[in-house]
Design a protein around this ligand. Structure first.
Ligand SMILES: Nc1ncnc2c1ncn2[C@@H]1O[C@H](COP(=O)(O)OP(=O)(O)OP(=O)(O)O)[C@@H](O)[C@H]1O
Ligand SMILES: [Mg+2]
Length: 341
């Protein structure tokens, strides 16, 4: 296991120092660190505890785990989760590939990967059967992390794929032919359930659904789950929803805890105990072409992703997770906000 992570400097300092993460637009950067008796304070404290464990390394999966990060709802944290979980898994010692399957190319941008129109990309892999190895680039600053970028070409791929042979399994074939050893492949899907997302679902066994803790969180989830069932029935018997991650959790609002509770009630096994707080640091990092893990390694956003990655990795090898490090626990709250539609 690697302990030479690029964040070694800050990781050795157990105290986040004067850093003052704000969790909402109305909170200034200069706000003093929150007290431990607030939800954010607790989250930060638990994150600091996680810090000491981040460099420990984690058990590697026996086979490459291919994880499809999907939710056809836009802006729920798919890309943010893909890149930050991937970086966390790499910092924990894994070899990780991010496949950017969204024409917006946000994951490529966030990882600091060049993806202008001429760059060999996942479009060439899907449409022209170019080997995946020819488009994969190492991510600067994070050892063990790689990216297959998306360019604007991918916007036409949904239509171009329709007339191609084995249109649903082109990504699967490319991944199977990729010979580099990998522990994880994370696929960042676009906010739709078209052929690109279907390609991801045929290529991977696991679906990870990020859910934003807000009022309409569960709307449309039924459609996503039906698609997973359809793909499992016809194209990929191994496909299942393995993981749900609560994102942009704002502990100050009652609504967020109600939504979290409802999701945990519906998906008892799948929801990670760790949730991701709303964090300005997380949203700032992509504009610097970085994940939050390198942009601000000691921030609670970074540490919550490290902890979520730890939980994901331990679950994959059947080791139970030490819940004392989860940022929010299950709370019994009878007030449901809305059901799955
Ligand atoms: N935990 C967080 N705290 C604060 N901002 C966040 C957090 N997670 C994501 N964001 C911000 O929310 C916005 C949407 O996130 P993201 O791009 O990851 O969602 P997405 O599901 O990939 O969107 P799309 O459906 O367009 O692909 C981005 O501006 C991102 O920076
Ligand atoms: Mg996205």
């Amino acid at each position: 296991m690697r302990s030479d992570a690029n964040i070694a400097g800050p990781m050795t300092d157990p105290v986040p120092g004067p850093r003052t993460e704000s969790f909402g637009e109305d909170v200034s950067r200069e706000t003093p660190p929150p007290m431990d008796d607030t939800p954010i304070g607790r989250a930060a404290q638990l994150a600091v505890e996680a810090l000491g464990r981040a460099g420990e390394g984690l058990p590697r999966p026996e086979q490459t785990r291919v994880i499809v990060v999907a939710n056809q709802k836009g802006g729920v944290g798919k890309t943010t989760t893909t890149v930050n979980l991937a970086a966390s898994l790499a910092l924990h010692g894994g070899r990780v590939l991010v496949v950017d399957l969204d024409p917006q190319g946000n994951a490529s941008t966030a990882l600091g990967i060049d993806h202008h129109a001429e760059v060999p990309s996942i479009y060439d892999v899907l449409v022209d059967s170019r080997p995946l190895a020819e488009v994969v680039q190492p991510v600067p600053d994070v050892e063990g992390l790689f990216c297959a970028p998306a360019t604007i070409d991918l916007a036409g791929a949904e239509i171009e794929l329709v007339s191609l042979v084995a249109r649903e399994s082109r990504l699967q074939r490319a991944i199977q032919a990729y010979e580099q050893p990998l522990d994880y492949i994370l696929i960042d899907c676009p906010p739709s359930l078209g052929l690109l997302t279907v390609n991801a679902m045929v290529a991977g066994a696991e679906v990870l659904i990020p859910i934003q803790c807000e009022y309409y969180a569960l709307e449309g989830l039924g459609q996503l789950l039906r698609n997973v069932d359809l793909v499992r029935g016809h194209l990929n018997p191994a496909l299942h929803v393995s993981t749900i991650l609560l994102t942009m959790y704002d502990g100050r609002t009652r609504l967020a805890s109600q939504v979290a509770e409802e999701v945990r009630t519906h998906f008892v096994e799948e929801v990670l105990r760790t949730s991701i707080p709303r964090s300005v640091r997380i949203s700032e990092a992509p504009s610097y072409g970085q994940t939050v893990l390198t942009y601000d390694p000691g921030s609670s956003g970074a540490l919550s992703y490290l902890e979520a990655a730890r939980e994901l990795a331990l679950r994959g090898v059947g080791v139970s997770y030490d819940a004392t490090h989860a940022h929010i626990g299950a709370q019994n709250n009878p007030n449901m906000v809305e059901g799955i539609q």
